[in-house]
Design a binder for this molecule. Structure first.
Ligand code: UD1
Length: 363
């Protein structure tokens, strides 16, 4: 009989990664999929299932939005119940969200082994919600699968002498990107035709920015002053923050906002933009793989390799007004310089992850 794993996820980037992981794991293992329902809006969840042809989950926990404690607590209780019913041999969690934490903790408390995909990333700000999640999950996981050499080396140092297994697999996000090949929708089908030739693609959603109306205003004003149109699809959290901080405000300059777009539209915008401005980890790497220069509007990035090779510049949002114009001015020359794109593997991470989990469970 094949060993059984539960694949637990619940946010937009995790549905994307789960699309490749679920297929790869199912080649050698029985897989139960648990979607926590952390993200539930159509554009953040069902649209991705459709675009990436992901099977419906075996369990949908429907936790929705709430404070961190209430959201994580609800997920923890419901994940525990699902895991008791499904009794898998291991639980696979991805990344650093509240869904990752809840899945890992529920499993660990039931003494079900935890596999962490995207292990070993670190931010200097140890109280960042995602950083708390990452460190907690890495500390209870027994099989740690990393996207890059730096994460592997860090875990080997942190966990020296302990009984965990650390394997570098590459980044499964790259598998999903390469699977889309040349089938992405043209930009002219996503944005008005007069914007499609020359534009900046922006995404902003992190709590550090949406919760700080002065920083958010500074970032939006800097984007509105850009020399070419800026396409900013809004994560529901950002849409709410803008409505709360600047009710009824319209942007007169370059900034064009719209609702959240699908994964394939987002990839197309990232590939065809002259510059990407973002606070998303996924969008930073997608720009890096497509060869599109990226400005990360944060104080730091966990994806430091993209900065090392010259693909990405980290800019504190409070300095967006002074820093963005010059970076945007150099965008064409920046893109032409190019960079090494092999830091996060070769687009075959899902197969390696499945092989590592299977071998580990049948050792
Ligand atoms: C979460 C992750 C973050 C990840 C991001 C990807 C945590 C701590 N953070 O942030 O690491 O980069 O997902 O998008 O897990 N909302 C909706 N509709 C939805 C989902 C959310 O309206 O479908 C609103 C809710 O009002 C909620 C807010 O967005 O309060 C934030 O959602 P939440 O689940 O807390 O996390 P994200 O900001 O999406």
């Amino acid at each position: 009989m094949k060993p059984t794993v539960a694949l637990c996820y619940g946010t937009r980037p995790q549905v994307i990664k789960a699309s490749a992981l679920r297929r790869a794991l199912a080649e050698t293992l029985s897989v139960f999929a648990i979607d926590t329902g952390q993200h539930y809006d159509y554009e953040l969840n069902q649209l991705l299932y459709r675009q990436l042809e992901v099977e419906r989950p075996d369990r949908l926990l429907e936790v929705g939005s709430a404070s961190h404690a209430v959201q994580t607590g609800a997920m923890l209780a419901r994940a525990e119940q699902a895991l008791q019913e499904l009794a898998p041999d291991a639980v696979v969690v991805i990344g650093d969200t509240n869904s990752t934490l809840a899945g890992a903790l529920a499993a660990a408390k039931l003494r079900i082994p935890v596999v962490h995909v995207e292990a070993g990333l670190r931010a200097a700000d140890t109280l960042l919600a995602e950083e708390i999640n990452r460190r907690a999950v890495d500390s209870v996981a027994q099989l740690l699968l990393t996207p890059c050499a730096r994460a592997t080396a860090r875990l080997e140092q942190e966990r020296a002498g302990s009984e965990v297994t650390i394997i570098e697999t590459g980044d499964v996000m790259y598998d999903v990107l390469t699977s889309q090949g040349d089938t992405l929708p043209p930009v002219s089908e996503i944005v008005p035709a007069d914007t499609a030739d020359s534009f900046i693609f922006a995404t902003l959603h992190r709590a550090e920015l949406t919760g700080d109306s002065a920083a958010l205003a500074g970032a939006l004003t800097a984007l509105d002053d850009m020399p070419v149109p800026v396409i900013l699809p809004l994560h529901p959290r950002t849409a709410k923050a803008i409505e709360r901080a600047f009710p009824g405000r319209t942007w007169e300059g370059s900034l064009k906002t719209c609702g959240a777009v699908g994964y394939r539209e987002s990839l197309s915008l990232s590939r065809n933009a002259e510059l990407v401005v973002t606070d998303s980890g996924g969008v930073q790497r997608e720009a890096y793989w497509f060869g599109t220069p990226c400005v990360t509007l944060r104080r730091e990035t966990e994806w430091i390799e993209t900065v090392d090779v010259g693909a990405n510049v980290v800019l504190d949002p409070s300095r967006a007004g002074s820093g963005l114009p010059q970076l945007a001015e150099n965008r064409v020359e920046w893109r032409e310089r190019g960079w090494d794109r092999t830091c996060y593997g070769d687009g075959r991470a899902a197969g390696r992850i499945a092989e590592a989990v299977t071998r580990w469970l049948t050792r």
